[in-house]
Ligand binder design. Structure first.
Ligand SMILES: [Zn+2]
Ligand SMILES: [Zn+2]
Length: 87
């Protein structure tokens, strides 16, 4: 059965999939998210990280002490954000 949520980057090197039910779905308009995405807002789905299967060359950048952002090191697509507090 296909995973409930799937996606990937622009060049196809990175793929992700999860069957986890979303904890929440939000659009963040904070300055850091705007700069990280190059867009007016960052729309994202929150699921437990251990429930996500990730393949490909993902790099991580700490945009603050509490949060790091994952991106494809081949094409630069913004893919993930991970909070130290998990919420
Ligand atoms: Zn890529
Ligand atoms: Zn934000």
């Amino acid at each position: 059965m296909a995973a409930a949520i799937t996606g990937g980057c622009l060049c196809g090197a990175c793929r992700y999939a999860t069957d986890a039910a979303p904890i929440n779905i939000r659009a963040c308009h904070c300055r850091l998210c705007q700069k990280a995405t190059g867009a007016p807002l960052y729309a994202r789905v929150l699921v437990p990280l251990d429930a996500v299967r990730i393949e490909g060359p993902v790099g991580w950048h700490h945009s603050s002490a509490a949060l790091r952002r994952g991106f494809c090191t081949a094409c630069g697509t913004t893919l993930f954000s991970e909070r130290a507090s998990a919420m």
